[in-house]
Design a protein around this ligand. Sequence first.
Ligand SMILES: Cc1ncc(COP(=O)(O)O)c(C=O)c1O
Length: 333
Amino acid sequence: MPASHSALPLLQAEDVVARLRALRTRQPVGYSAFYSSQLGGIVTDPALMVIPFDDHMVHRGHGIFDTAGIVNGRIYDLEAHLDRFEQSAARSKLVLPGSRQDWRDIIIRTTAASGRQDGSIRYWLSSGPGSLELSPAAGSEPGFFVMIFGGLSYPERWYTQGMRVMTTTYPIKPPLYAITKATNYLPNVLMQMEAKEAGLDNGVFIDAAGHVGESSNMNVAVVTADGVLRHPKFEHVLPGCTSLRLLELAPALVGQGLLTGVEVCDIPVADARAAREMLLLGSSVKVAPIVEWDGRPIGDGKPGPAARALLALLDEDMRTGNRLIEVPYGVAG
Ligand SMILES: Cc1ncc(COP(=O)(O)O)c(C=O)c1O
């Protein structure tokens, strides 16, 4: 911020670009490519990865997003993420420009332009610019954006030693907002900040009926004392693509004696506290064991075998499964 006594210059376009570049030098970012329907193309200079301030996604949070992973040069489980994107759009009264084939194609081509073989693809649908009102401006065009970046990274100790979490003091989102992946993440942000301030790794939302909800950007599941993998119903938490896929893959562990069953049901807090294992699941975290919740150990207080086995199943699916899309790196345009 300039000191109050210094002049506030009226900037020309080239000054703005120079200042945006200086901002990125002061705070470097690992963004490799960005598509904007408003620009009608892809940029690779992070200084140019911008969106108009009056887009309603910026000042009213009227936008949705989703994130898929790039693994070894292939996109993992994109169709599941696109399904959720469409559902979030419909619930938010946002109309996607073009067809699903069009925006799938833009996502794949932006990934190719980034050259990135491992990382994340995050894409947004915004309500569009044109006013500072609440409802979208008359004639506003929805914006579609795709960002290719390194992905969120978490400490190795989460997997080797396990995570320590707390019940958040912030209320869970009402179901409609919890199942919609909108850009309103204030409760999720506050929950994570609160946990970090307490020296912990993350928080857990509990619903009004006293059932386990989810975490900041991850789902929560447990393995009961008798070996059943239990996941909360998807009516009041985000239907995580990782959770949905793991619920399909996990029955393989029943045959191997690591689990005795797989269930989607309400999980009362007391049942979760008595669990043998507790897990965080998500595209960025994959499968991480929780070893302590509200200062009390889960199971024997160490990462358990089901967490390790589920992570291995997911890793295998991400590398060799049938949900991978090849990225045409090096193919122009
Ligand atoms: C609130 C919330 N819950 C759960 C998840 C896990 O979803 P996924 O497995 O699709 O990453 C996410 C991440 O998208 C999230 O933001």
